[in-house]
Each structure stands twice: as structure tokens, then as C-alpha cells.
Design a binder for this molecule. Structure first.
Ligand code: SER
Length: 317
């Protein structure tokens, strides 16, 4: 049975990825790690390791002890937090990436880490952004992501490391809210729709960004990990997205279930600036061609599932 080590397991992606991998491969074959122990949720009381990814010795120790087949490195600061503290972002995002990819090289594991729509910048073509195009991001997060993509290429060509990655858009989920991202409005809007019947968006109307429901993101990771290596021409990061949306579109979709839902705006100049430097919509054809990327959720289907599950969550609290 394949074994997976996950860093940043308590984050937005890790929370759902660990559950799915454990369903597929068994609890003992998936080791979640993070800088703190889980206090609630499905990881409590099961095998878990405290791991600060900036501590190289500890990274090596945990990988050596568990002997994974794949390292899934998710620990990172998101775009808005990284902009508040660029030095810390460099330390965590680059330090963590380097230590974990080195561990993958030394122990001969497969390596996955997500890149992002944040790897693009204002000079990138905005609509139907191609897989291979200008990448000159203007945020520290973007600088980290582009450097990460280059490192994946470097380790693949120089050391033959089995590197795989995707450029994730904003990810929408009800299990774990993200923190410090520019696309977070598209998650908060659903929680506030249920809790308050209204939402004040920090991203302005008409600002398009790519998004994807978490189920599709988890499917994408698992499908890419198992894709035939012969067919993969891209070893840095594939464009993936399920929808290109802006706040009014999400509000309209919510109104199909909560007709008097109100959307207000109090635009945050920092996050708005970041959003405007990113693409409106990605061209995902290479992911579709090379490993059959095929997201299942459009905006309305996602809205239905989000609202239904958040309602249950909020009533249980
Ligand atoms: N969701 C991320 C962010 O907003 C983008 O990858 O930072």
C-alpha cells in the first residue's frame, strides 16, 4: 500500500486531503503533520506528528521514520498574510519547500506541492491564461510560488525526482475555512449567508478570479499523483480551475436559496490589488489532455452543497 506524508495537514486543503487519503489507503498509511496538534475534527486521536517544516533536521527525522512513497507539502502562508510579512513568508514558504523537496530527493519519494494562480502577475495575459506564459508576480506569495515551480523543474531534470503540481485557484470548502488568502471572500460569503443573511466583501464587484470546489481539488491532487509519468510533459504546475467568478455571481447563486441575501462592499486595497494582478480565467487544457483533469462542480452545484453543509455545521455549534 502506498504511504503519504502530508505537511500543513490542518490547513484548508490538508484537512480534507488527509480524510480522503485515509479512506483510500488506511489510517496507518497516511501521516498528517503540522506545527500544532489537531484540537477537533477527524484527525484527533489518530497518528499525527508535530512538524515545523522550516526545521530541516526534524523534517528528515519524520520522513526517515515514516518512509513515505509521496510527500505532499501543503504548509505555506497564503497571499494576503505573506504580503503583511514578506520575510516570514520567504522563511516558511521557501524554507519549507526546500527542506521537504530535499527530503524527497534523499529518501527517493514522489513530491507534490501546490502552486497557485498567484504565480501570475499583471503582465500575464488575463483571459484564458495559457499554461506557458509570462510569470512575473508582484506579491511575495507569487515570488515564492514561481521559485517553487522552478525548483520542481530543477529537481525533476537534475535528480529525476518525480515532481507533480497544480496552480490552484481559490479553493472553496465548508470543512475548514482558509486564512489569509485573497480568494477567501468566496468562502466567507457562504458562511455569512447562513449566519447573517448578508456579507460585506473585501473584493470589489466585477473582479473575476478562478475558483474550484474542494472536492474537485482533492480529486485533482489524487489523479495527478497517479497520472502516467510518460504522459506528463509539465513537471512544474498545471493550470486547474472550475469556474471564473466575481462576487455578484456568487450572490446571485446564493439568492436561488436565500432570496433576500444582501451583498455589501468594503474593499480592502491590498487584497483588491493582489486580485487585480491575477488572471481572470485560466486555460486548463493541458491538465485535461495530460491527466484527464475534469472538475465536477460549477457555481450553482457548489453553492447548493456549501449552503447545505454550512447550515448543518452552524446548527450543531
Ligand atoms: N487562495 C490563494 C490565496 O488567495 C491563492 O492561491 O492566497
Amino acid at each position: 500500500m502506498e504511504k503519504f506524508l502530508v505537511t500543513g495537514a490542518l490547513g484548508q486543503i490538508g484537512t480534507e486531503l488527509v480524510v480522503r487519503l485515509r479512506e483510500m489507503y488506511g489510517e496507518e498509511n497516511v501521516l498528517p503533520t503540522d506545527i500544532r496538534m489537531p484540537e477537533r475534527g477527524p484527525m484527533v486521536g489518530k497518528s499525527f506528528e508535530i512538524l515545523d517544516v522550516t526545521d530541516k533536521e526534524r523534517v528528515m527525522e519524520v520522513v526517515e521514520a515514516f518512509q513515505p512513497d509521496s510527500i505532499l507539502h501543503l504548509a505555506a502562508l497564503l497571499s494576503a498574510t505573506a504580503e503583511e510579512n514578506p520575510e516570514l513568508a520567504w522563511h516558511i514558504n521557501m524554507g519549507g519547500l526546500f527542506n521537504t523537496i530535499e527530503a524527497a530527493r534523499i529518501y527517493g519519494t514522489q513530491y507534490f506541492t501546490p502552486s497557485s494562480i498567484g504565480s501570475f502577475g499583471p503582465s500575464t495575459p488575463k483571459d484564458n491564461t495559457p499554461q506557458h506564459t509570462l510569470m512575473r508576480p508582484t506579491t511575495m506569495y507569487g515570488v515564492n510560488k514561481v521559485a517553487g515551480e522552478l525548483l520542481l523543474d530543477y529537481y525533476y531534470t537534475k535528480f529525476g525526482l518525480d515532481t507533480r503540481s497544480v496552480r490552484f485557484p481559490g479553493l472553496i470548502s465548508f470543512m475548514q475555512e482558509p486564512g489569509g488568502g485573497t480568494t477567501d471572500y468566496a468562502v466567507e460569503i457562504y458562511f455569512d449567508a447562513i449566519r447573517k443573511g448578508e456579507y460585506t466583501s473585501f473584493i470589489d464587484k466585477g473582479t473575476y478570479m478562478d475558483m474550484m470546489f474542494m472536492d474537485d481539488a482533492i480529486d485533482a491532487i489524487i489523479d495527478l499523483l497517479h497520472a502516467d509519468p510518460e504522459k506528463l510533459k509539465t513537471r512544474n504546475a498545471f493550470n486547474v480551475s472550475a469556474m471564473s467568478i466575481e462576487p455578484e455571481m456568487v450572490a446571485e447563486s446564493i439568492r436561488k436559496h436565500i432570496p433576500d441575501f444582501k451583498l455589501n462592499y468594503d474593499v480592502d486595497p491590498v487584497r483588491q490589488g493582489i486580485a487585480e494582478s491575477w488572471p481572470n480565467s485560466l486555460d486548463c487544457s493541458e491538465a485535461k489532455e495530460q491527466w484527464d483533469f475534469n472538475p465536477k462542480y460549477d457555481l450553482d452545484k457548489m453553492t447548493e452543497v456549501m449552503l447545505k453543509n454550512i447550515k448543518v455545521k452552524v446548527t450543531e455549534q
